[in-house]
Write a protein that binds this ligand. Structure first.
Ligand SMILES: NC(=O)c1ccc[n+]([C@@H]2O[C@H](COP(=O)([O-])OP(=O)(O)OC[C@H]3O[C@@H](n4cnc5c(N)ncnc54)[C@H](OP(=O)(O)O)[C@@H]3O)[C@@H](O)[C@H]2O)c1
Length: 389
């Protein structure tokens, strides 16, 4: 029985993880969970799963949830809050495996502490890897514990890498659906609305990652995530647009063989793979090869999607430049969702922030978080000076 903590239980990945646990009650037990602001959904999950610890983002939310659970006779569920609460959920002594699925750098400290506590990690939170991938992977190696990618592309690469040695890898190919604006003329990008950007063609996900998919920043983050997870330079990572999203990624070996992973577009499959690695277990997440009509591939357009170009630059530089990329994007995406800036302003805010950030390699998570705060300040400053945009 694998004993599981979920960071971000109320989100899209968190709910899919609960669904995987529900389908495999003899293999997995939910022990602790952390959510953000969605108290009603967290309460519903707590009633169903009766975790030992439930964490919520704010003290007020935790108080509200705690009162409610006591009134329902569930006072044995310990309710905690804030960063300390999320860390408690991630490092609980009864937990073997932590699913890291909080969105953004707010999930970084708890993920890092889980690695330090020797937990195996199922990693969905890619922003953690963008900001602090070097430190997280170094600590996981020290602990001798796996960092198993849940992101479907890296999960696919992880599966393909089982077909050869790292020294035999020539190129990692990350596939990209291209998002909703693959065929939109560049001239129309200025007029893209929030509603259009939230309408992803193949995946149902949280808001930040959906916008990041529309700008292709998500693919850029994945390039950095792949560099850190598989210890491969960005020059060996290629992005290829594949609108059907059937092939989740590929690995090209030195003899010319290319291994690809195909499956349904359902995050429960990479979650199940991560939770059961190195085994495979039966599931009903089937994909019929007979349904394969057409597989298209195109090179990405770096001019149309400048975020992808910026991410390659940040991947190569690493350290503070990657931190700035993620921090500025988080601020810019939030501003776009609030209708404060336009779609094409997102990359401008990010580029400005990266250029204004001095190149440094942080040596601790505290330093990462300080650099993250500085980059956010720079991005906010850019937002409040629209004339020079
Ligand atoms: N969705 C996908 O298919 C997919 C695929 C690959 C990778 N990912 C990555 O997985 C991560 C999660 O994505 P998602 O789509 O599941 O996002 P989401 O639906 O927006 O969920 C985010 C989760 O984070 C929680 N959260 C936010 N702020 C928090 C805080 N301060 N403290 C504790 N919890 C907090 C949210 O809680 P509340 O809802 O309670 O506020 C929610 O549970 C992201 O890094 C994303 O890039 C997602």
């Amino acid at each position: 029985m694998k004993r599981i903590a979920i960071l971000g239980s109320t989100g899209s990945i968190g709910q899919s993880t609960l669904s995987v646990i529900a389908s495999n009650p003899d293999r997995f037990e939910l022990v602790t969970m952390a959510a953000g602001a969605n108290v009603d959904s967290a309460l519903e999950q707590a009633r169903r799963w009766k975790p030992k610890v439930l964490s919520l983002a704010s003290e007020q939310s935790a108080e509200k949830a705690s009162k409610q659970l006591k009134a329902e006779g569930l006072s044995h569920i310990e309710v905690v809050s804030g960063e300390a609460g999320t860390i408690r959920v991630a490092t609980h002594k009864d937990v073997d495996f932590v699913v890291s699925a909080i969105v953004g750098v707010v999930g970084l400290k708890a993920t890092y502490e889980a690695v330090r506590a020797g937990k195996a990690i199922g990693l969905a939170n890619k922003e953690c890897m963008v900001a602090a991938g070097e430190l997280i992977t170094a600590e996981a190696r020290k602990q001798g514990k796996p960092l198993l990618p849940i992101d479907s592309e890296h999960n696919a690469v992880h599966q393909c890498l089982r077909g050869g040695r790292m020294s035999e890898v020539e190129r990692v190919w990350l596939t990209a659906s291209g998002g909703p604006f693959l065929n939109t003329p560049t001239a129309d990008f200025e007029r893209i609305t929030v509603e259009q950007a939230l309408n992803h063609p193949t995946w149902k996900m949280g808001q930040r990652i959906t916008i990041d998919s529309a700008t292709m920043m998500n693919k850029g983050f994945e390039v950095i995530e792949a560099c850190r997870l598989f210890d491969v330079p960005s020059s060996q990572i290629g992005v290829i647009v594949h609108p059907q999203s059937t092939i989740h990624s590929m690995v090209e070996f030195n003899d010319g063989s290319i291994l690809a992973q195909l499956s349904v577009t359902d995050m429960r499959l990479p979650i199940l793979y991560a939770l059961t690695f190195p085994d495979r277990v039966p599931s009903d997440l089937r994909f019929s090869v007979l349904d394969l009509k057409k597989l298209d591939f195109y090179p990405p357009d770096f001019n149309k999607f400048p975020c992808l170009r910026l991410a390659y630059q940040a991947a190569e530089a690493g350290g503070s430049k990657s931190i700035a990329l993620n921090a500025a994007d988080e601020i810019a995406v939030a501003a776009f969702l609030n209708r404060e800036i336009g779609f094409t302003d997102i990359s401008k805010v990010v580029e400005h922030t990266i250029n204004e950030t001095k190149h440094r390699h942080p040596e601790s998570i505290e330093e990462v978080l300080a650099l993250d705060a500085q980059a956010r300040e720079l991005a906010r400053h850019k937002l409040s000076h629209p004339v020079s945009r």
